[in-house]
Each structure stands twice: as C-alpha cells, then as structure tokens.
Design a protein around this ligand. Sequence first.
Ligand code: AMP
Ligand code: GLY
Length: 425
Amino acid sequence: MKVLIIGSGAREHAMAWAVARSSKVSTVFVASGNGGTATMGGKVRNTPVKATDIDALLELVAKESIGLTVVGPEQPLEAGIVNRFREAGLKVVGPTAEAAQLETSKVFAKEFMKRHGIPTAGYEVFRDYASAKAFLETCPTFPQVIKASGLCAGKGVVVAMSRDEALEAIHEFFESRIFGDAADEVVIEAFLSGQEASVFALTDGQNYQLFLSAQDHKRIGEGDTGKNTGGMGAYAPAPLVTPEVMRRVEEEVIRPTLAGMKADGYAYTGFLYVGLMIDKGVPSVVEYNARLGDPETQVVLPMLKSDLFDALLASADGGLEVVPFEMQEGAAATVVMASAGYPDAYETGKAVTIDPSVNDMEGVLVFHAGTRRDGDALVTSGGRVLSVTACAGSLKEALDRAYRAVDAIEFEGAYCRRDIGAKAL
Ligand code: AMP
Ligand code: GLY
C-alpha cells in the first residue's frame, strides 16, 4: 500500500522511517517533508504539497492511489482534514475536527474532563478582561496558570507566580490580543506540583494501544531554564511512569477519555497525547494533544518492535485490539540540535555536515526537522534542525550514543542541551 504522511518535522521523518520498514508498504509520500525525508531514498519521497492545503492533499491521494494518510501536526486536524478525507471515503489516521477539540480548545478539554471525572486542575473560564481581572484580584493563592483556549503553537500558557504576572498575562491575552482569537476564551487553573511525563495512545475509537511513556525538555537552557521551545530533547520510557502509574493513567484517564468522547458523540480516533503532572504517584492531566509529540515521537517510534503500519491501518479501520504492539527492551533518547538564537530569531541556510561515521553508529537515527536540500548540499531551514536519536539497552547508553552522534554533526551556530535525560539517570 502507498502511505501519505502529512507534516515536515522530525516527528514526520520518524513516522516515515517507521512506516517504510513495513513490508506491506510500497511508497511513503511526505507532504511536504524536509531535507531528511528527501534523502532517505528507498520507498520515501517528498511531495511539495502544504500540510494545510486539504484540497491539494485530496487530489494527491486520488492521483497516486494512496491507501492510508497519517496526519502529523494539529493545524490540519483543526481544519477538518479527517472529516474531509472520511467524506471522500479515504482511510486516514487522526481525530475529526470535533474530536481534536481536546487539543484545539482548552475550554472544551477542561469541561470534558470535569463532566467525565478525569483528574485535572480546578479551573474557571473567562471571556473578557474585566471578569478575569476581578477573579485574579480576589484570588487568594499564586501561582495560577493562565491559558489561552485556542492553538498558540505551544506559547499560550503562562504559569503566573504572582498576581502582577497573572494580571499582565490576561492583559496581553484580552487587551493586547497577542494570540488574536485564540485567546477569546481564557482558562485560569490551579497550579499542580509534581513532575511531568507524557503517555501516547493510538486508538480506533473503541480500542487503544499504548506507546512507551516519555519526557520532553521544553526549556532552551540546561537545568530547565530560559524560554519555552517546541522541545529540546526527550527520552523513553519515563521512569516516573511506573507500571502502577501507567495502570492508573489507563484506568483514570485513557479509558474514560475514549468512552467519554464516544458517549458525547465525538468518537476519538488517531493518536492521543496525554500530558500529565505526576505527584507522589498520582496523575493529573495537564493537557491533551490530538497528535504525537515532537520530539517524543523520535523516541517512542524507534522503541516499537511491531509493525507501525498494521497499527495505523487498524486505527483507521478498527480492530486495533488484535494488532501486535510490542516495545523493545531498553531505552531511547533524542537530542535536538537547534540554530543559534532559537526560540527567538535565527539564521538559516547554514551547511549541515553529518560525518559518515554516524551511519555506522549502533542504534543511532538522525531525524531531520529544519533542513532542506540545496542542490547536493544539506542546509538548515528552521529553528530545530535535527533530532538525533539513539536506542540502547539502558538510558545511559542511549544518551552516550546520541551525544557521540551529535558530536559528529556540524553546522554553524549549532546548539543543543547537554543535560537531556540527566534527571532520569
Ligand atoms: P500546556 O500547553 O497546557 O501543556 O502547558 C504548558 C506547560 O505549562 C506544561 O507543560 C506545564 O509545564 C505548565 N503547566 C500547564 N498547566 C499547569 C498546571 N495546572 N500546573 C502546573 N504547571 C502547568
Ligand atoms: N513536545 C511537545 C509537543 O509536541 O507538544
């Protein structure tokens, strides 16, 4: 079967790599892909169609007789790509626009969790500055967490340590309108203490399979300091998610989420990302995403021993409960190499040199994010440039391998955190 992967980050490169390993897959198209998916060779090829151009994607699928489409990022989900593909009788992995509201509307997600008794921080919803201000002025404790309801590319959350910070945030959201319509509704929720980890499920609406748990590193600086980024590295499994914590997450979060969505008339299909705060073994939901995480995908997919394509097809067709879904022993780590200046302004077009020894490094996989082909050369084209992954028998060895590969890759101004996974060792 021919498969289409929609997106152009390291997440989609990892998806293309995993799907191409299946003997049942003949060609993997990536729309629009990056310099990594352009140079994989074999079954994988890029196609210059934008992830948000649903009409052009439908045309491509018809023209190439593509049998299964997998949606990577959230924007096409919010735009209803799954609805459109299903209406056209096409197989697609992802939630409908209605179901994707678990990610695209924080108000929807919080009301959903409250209605179905899923553990999460207490909250209030505000639709104008004056009432949010009145709430904050009498609020007895800080921190409080202020969230724009809509999609803000991961930037719409402020953990306000003081009343002044909270007031500034609601002013920026409602009055300066820094996120436009995405902050027409604002959630103010209680601060949860604990440690964060994420759990990823693939579901057909009824049944689900779980990937390994993972931990991201969202801040740019070592020791979790500095600005928030899309994610600077990850590892899997997260030791914090013990078998007992995973059991509670399944029982208290995953199952009630899928059952609740079905009961509410929005059967949830595709990938479900559950961001958790875990405090003394007790999990609460911080956020849902309607997709896999980036960079978490770059560690959870390499740890899957079974055929990802079989599971993806079952997510679209049903019957996921009987599909093999086995993980490798050991651990995986990924280190993101970014352009100097990221997450603020950065330059692009820097030549990327990957020493040929990297190809022979055991367990190492280099997934591209912000790269493109320029003739025969590979150059940077984004903030996060590469996601350098390694699998091994232990997390320590996986990290050693990943950093050995990082040290054999060069581009001007390359930056990475040197403490990925350190907390878990
Ligand atoms: P979100 O986009 O909802 O994942 O929020 C971004 C980040 O803000 C999370 O990864 C947490 O680090 C932090 N955060 C969000 N909500 C809370 C909360 N209720 N308590 C503590 N930290 C939070
Ligand atoms: N790594 C966080 C995300 O994908 O949202």
